[in-house]
Design a protein. Structure first.
Ligand SMILES: [Zn+2]
Length: 375
């Protein structure tokens, strides 16, 4: 890859400065290491992905928020490179595949093929090892990031085929949009909601009421559809996400298995970036931070849970240009697509020290397995 060689010096220099800044280093040349926690194995892992949430998006949340952000509670921080197999600028399916399966994929794909061959995802490996698993997102559950942990379809646009791949895993707790890809399909006559029910799932949707008002049995797998296709933005009234994360950890813990793996995505930070709408990016990031706070509170009480917060890539070339006379941030954008800037990784709990440093996004996969003792 030519870009890797020609710009390597400038890139290394720029990213080194960023890395040292993240670790609070004031000298330019000395390598600084993050504080090392006592090495313990994690029983549970919560992987939280802010889609399109680069360092500037986080900074905008920090400077806009009236209170200290929960993300400021992390002490162990790393950086990951996000380029895909065929492009310097990744898309979400390729970067989520890297984190989920530990391999680079071409943009718009999951590193699979029509022969359905791809390395197993951390979710599949966790399931095989008797861990409870959960996914909660603010997009459809068939969207690129959650799909990468489940599907073997070749392309991200194959929503109905991706939905049918959810029948091949046994996710214990699934909350997000995309109901129509399960029960009103165009490409075949299958009703995947009926199939889930016959597999013993509890299946509910926004049509049954708010998630927080439902009576849900513990110990019985649960799916809740928050929208027919894509959920609305937080600003437009979407209000299930923080509760779904909070309820999710308790639900997964109550499954009483060897531990759990919970994948959470704040999907719409990215959509604000694509639309170049600064206030939407900030609002979605601040909502995500509330969920981060709940997960950190759980991990602090529990003592056996590793919380990882990261992004799949940066979106928009988002930058904080200045503030106006009212103290509101003025945001600049460079693009309506993603960028190649490295993204931060925050970690708390047993195994957190594995996530310090500067590494490729494919390493997230093995670091999670190592933290769980499944490597
Ligand atoms: Zn995007």
């Amino acid at each position: 890859m030519r870009w890797m060689q020609s710009q390597v010096f400038t890139k290394r220099k720029a990213l080194c400065v960023l890395f040292l800044a993240l670790l609070g280093c004031s000298t330019g040349h000395q390598m600084v290491t993050a504080p090392i926690q006592e090495e313990r194995q994690a029983k549970n892992v919560i992987l939280m992905i802010g889609d399109g949430m680069g360092l500037s998006q986080i900074s905008a949340g920090v400077y806009s928020s009236k209170r200290v952000m929960n993300i400021e509670r992390f002490k162990i921080i790393g950086l990951q490179k996000t380029h895909s197999k065929d492009n310097l600028i990744t898309d979400s399916s390729a970067s989520a595949t890297a984190m989920a399966r530990g391999v680079k994929a071409d943009n718009a794909t999951f590193g699979s093929s029509l022969e359905r061959k791809a390395p197993k995802s951390v979710l599949e490996i966790a399931e095989e090892n008797e861990y409870a698993t959960g996914i909660t997102v603010t997009s459809s559950v068939t969207h690129a990031t959650p799909a990468a942990f489940v599907t073997y379809q070749p392309y991200r646009t194959m929503h109905e085929s991706i939905a049918s791949d959810f029948m091949l895993v046994n996710i214990d707790y699934l909350v997000g949009g995309g109901k129509k890809y399960f029960d009103r399909r165009n490409n075949d006559d299958r009703n995947l909601v009926s199939e889930l029910l016959s597999k013993g799932y509890q299946v509910k949707s926004y049509l049954d009421g708010d998630l927080s008002d439902l009576t849900i049995s513990n110990g019985k797998r649960f799916v809740y559809f928050t929208a027919d296709s894509e959920p609305i933005s937080h600003n437009a009234g979407r209000d299930y996400f923080v509760h779904a994360c909070d309820y999710g950890v308790r639900f997964l813990q109550n499954m009483d298995k060897d531990g759990f793996l919970f994948i959470i995505e704040s999907s719409q930070i990215d959509w604000g970036g694509h639309s170049n709408i600064g206030p939407m990016v900030i609002d979605e990031t601040v909502e995500f931070d509330q969920a981060i706070g709940r997960m950190l509170d759980f991990a602090q009480r529990d003592g056996e849970t590793l919380v990882i917060v990261t992004a799949d890539h940066e979106t928009g070339g988002f930058s904080i240009v200045q503030e106006d006379t009212k103290g509101e941030l003025i945001i600049g954008f460079n693009t309506k697509t993603h960028t190649a800037t490295a993204v931060p990784v925050f970690a708390y709990g047993p195994g957190a020290e594995l996530f310090a440093g500067f590494y490729d996004n494919t390493e997230i996969h093995e670091k999670i397995l190592k933290a769980l003792g499944l490597d």
